[in-house]
Design a protein around this ligand. Structure first.
Ligand SMILES: *Cc1c(COP(=O)(O)O)cnc(C)c1O
Length: 396
């Protein structure tokens, strides 16, 4: 198919929910993507913080190919060695005792919220309120779009599930005012990703922990975007030392293969009894092979520490751009390889100008350039992207 046919056929048959760039991608290698004509791009979006190992990493490719030839799916009615290996390594790197596996971020949060509701119900009738933050993002299912503190994701889907309340992110007093013994969970991103890369203070997270303890509510951290090494630790909670009761993950966990899930401390492992939750595809051998290979490769290549080091360099380079264009760049935020550059106006032109330079970046929350490259990114690649951003900002 030629490029025009690919675009036309997709637009003809796919539901019109995405605003896409007219770019037809064919393959990738490392931090590079190639379009159907062989043009090369530097990928600093990584499929929205997904391709932790970049594209076509041989360890991941071989693991998936070998497992596909062996056993792709068999249901959770039986055991597989690869699932045992996957949940063990996820427990180890997350610092949690028990794991449930699903197929996406929304499903991960959906399961965690179901666990919280069940936990509340066991404690007291009416203990079902769930508190989340304004500008959060937690997914697109009915429960998770309701948990998402942004009306634009909810409009048209009313009536929404009940019992949700939203508080200003980072505002300890607001959270305290919303808390009560009828709260079963507080759900927070330890860094808001989609909402514009907002980093709260450690003190805020500590207070959230203390309030959840006081009111016997579960503290759930949505680490779907911040997890798996992205912030320079295995999970973002490890920076503050504030450990949630439930940790949700997805995006980077399979290095590009769809997987999500959540981890809980042992004391909450028995909230779900057999039959209370489940998934046909969740934790299938193919996904587990991908996650096991991805996490093993991240360990072997020391990519968590490398993300921290490259993140410090990248952030400093972005701060230089802020100094150079003080009337165009408002703030640089983030940690490790989740960085945001807030612009003084809509950022679409910057994204388009970078694309002209064959650099793929993303704009979120309207005016925040979000930079979430693969964890394998090099200093040279960061320099190329900073140069493209420099050029884009000059014309902005
Ligand atoms: C992407 C994302 C989700 C939703 O994940 P899906 O796989 O798209 O369902 C949930 N929470 C956060 C923080 C995310 O970044």
């Amino acid at each position: 198919m030629d490029i025009k046919t690919v675009v036309d056929e997709t637009e003809k048959y796919y539901l019109p929910v995405f605003g896409r760039y007219p770019l037809v991608l064919d393959h990738g290698k490392g931090c590079r993507l190639y379009d159907a004509e062989g043009n090369e791009y530097i990928d600093f979006l990584a499929g929205i913080a997904v391709n932790a190992l970049g594209h076509a990493h041989p360890v991941l490719v071989n693991a998936i190919a070998n497992q596909a030839a062996k056993l792709m799916h068999c249901s959770n009615l039986y055991y597989t060695e690869i699932q045992a290996k996957a949940v063990k390594v996820i427990a180890e790197v997350s610092g949690f005792d028990r794991v449930f596996l699903a197929n996406s971020g929304a499903e991960a949060n959906e399961g965690a919220l179901k666990l919280a509701r069940k936990y509340g119900k066991e404690k007291a009738e009416g203990k079902y309120r769930i508190i989340t933050a304004v500008h959060s993002f937690h997914g697109r299912t009915m429960m998770t779009l309701t948990a998402t503190g942004q009306p634009k994701y909810q409009h048209g889907y009313e009536p929404l599930p009940q019992g949700y309340e939203y508080v200003e992110y980072g505002d300890i007093a607001a959270l305290e005012a919303a808390m009560g013994d009828d709260v079963c969970a507080v759900l927070l991103e330890p860094i808001q990703g989609e909402g514009g890369v907002h980093v709260p203070s450690d003190e805020y997270l500590r207070q959230a922990r203390a309030l959840c303890d006081k009111h016997d509510a579960l503290l759930i951290f949505d680490e779907i975007q911040t997890g798996v090494g992205r912030t320079g630790k295995w999970f973002a909670y490890m920076h503050s030392g504030v450990k949630p009761d439930v940790l949700t993950f997805a995006k980077g966990i399979g290095g590009g293969f769809p997987m999500g899930g959540f981890a809980v401390a042992e004391k909450f492992a028995h909230v779900f009894k057999p039959g209370d939750h489940g998934s046909t595809f969740g934790g299938n051998p193919l996904a587990c092979a991908a996650a096991y290979a991805c996490l093993t490769a991240i360990k072997a290549e020391n990519l968590v520490d490398k993300a921290a080091v490259q993140g410090v360099y990248f952030k400093a380079e972005l701060e230089k751009l802020q100094k150079k264009y003080p009337d165009k760049v408002k703030e640089v935020r983030g940690r490790g390889l989740i960085l945001g550059m807030e612009l003084c106006k809509e950022g679409k032109a910057v994204v388009e100008s970078c694309l002209q330079e064959h650099v793929i970046v993303n704009c979120t929350a309207g005016n925040v350039i979000r930079l979430v490259p693969p964890l394998i990114v090099t200093k040279e690649e960061i320099d190329i992207v900073v140069a493209a951003l420099d050029k884009a900002l000059a014309a902005f």
